[in-house]
Write a protein that binds this ligand. Structure first.
Ligand SMILES: [Zn+2]
Length: 64
């Protein structure tokens, strides 16, 4: 079975789950574009601007 990557509509975290592992209730979307990998959120300007506090892969755009 092909694995589909999804992105949380709230924090943009990329996951294979239908619900965000951080937000739980928040549904993830299969319609997202581009991504950034954040390893050290405290040192990343992109992470700061996007409000990312946890390391991981994040979609740049998620269709709501
Ligand atoms: Zn989330």
């Amino acid at each position: 079975m092909k694995q589909v990557y999804r992105a949380c509509k709230k924090c943009h975290l990329i996951t294979t789950e239908k619900n965000c592992p951080i937000h739980g209730e928040e549904k993830t979307s299969t319609e997202w574009f581009g991504f950034v990998i954040v390893t050290e959120p405290k040192l990343s300007i992109i992470a700061e601007r996007a409000g990312i506090t946890e390391p991981g892969a994040y979609a740049i755009k998620v269709r709501q």
